[in-house]
Design a protein around this ligand. Sequence first.
Ligand code: T3D
Length: 265
Amino acid sequence: MRTDFQNLLVKQDGAVLTIMMNRPEVLNAFNDIMLAELTDAVEDVAQDEAVRCVVLTGAGRAFGSGQDLHTFAEDRSSGAVGTVSEHLQKYHRVVYAIREMPKPVIAAVRGVAAGISCNIALACDLRIVSDDARFIEAFARIGLVPDGGGGYFLPRLVGVGKALELSMLADEVTGTEAERIGLVNRCVPQEEFEEATLALAQRLAKGPTRAYALIKKLIYTSAESDLQTSMRLEGELQDMAFETEDHHNAVVAFLQKRKPEYKGR
Ligand code: T3D
């Protein structure tokens, strides 16, 4: 796994890989380098069987402040960029890589998560946040629509009415409020944030990784399907889960009245 990035810090702790966006002087706003590096890191780790859980987080006091508006403005005035939709395709590649990752991806959010950084957090499978977290669908503040999958993730997580409110008013949502409305899974006190994040990541990293990959496929596909399609898929995926070493060993462990140890195979 490559670790020599300019705008990312990548650290492996056992089977947990933490990818930290690292431009704290601009609250981890995305420039082209950080976006390309994040894409590389996320795509690479998908293939790495030694990593069984990925944590995406930000350096310093924020998760991320969205697109770097300084470089974006410079690129636009110099004519260095094409259309915005062409530029967005680079972000879409990261979103797809997170969703298709055959292992859990956790967004660990402290401080602000604004604009496309907020929506990249929403693309992750689980979100754990500190009670100083601030989610801002900041797009309307600068006359834009939510991008990076925001228009897709928001109504699915919080419902259409709340998605419209968050997108139109672009007000801050605190960590505790985000937990209450279902935007995030867990909000913990700041002083417990790192420990709680690691505990969650390690728990997932010790779990049945193959089954987690199949669960991602089932839940994400079922959110778009009818009952019949979902149950047909459930059968196909269960056939695959049934063949895993983890399933076999966990049943033996149950019968022997001991805790299973999942190998991720
Ligand atoms: O094709 C495309 O890429 C288009 C897609 C766009 C996607 C988007 O993400 S659009 C949304 C872009 N983001 C924003 O509009 C948020 C802009 N930032 C803010 O509104 C505020 O900074 C925050 C609410 C996020 C945080 O406020 P606060 O008071 O905690 O911090 P601050 O003092 O405003 O920011 C600290 C520094 O970070 C500051 O620099 P300085 O003055 O200390 O030198 C600030 O300029 C810088 N910074 C914050 N956000 C950005 C940024 N620099 C560049 N780009 C940013 N997005």
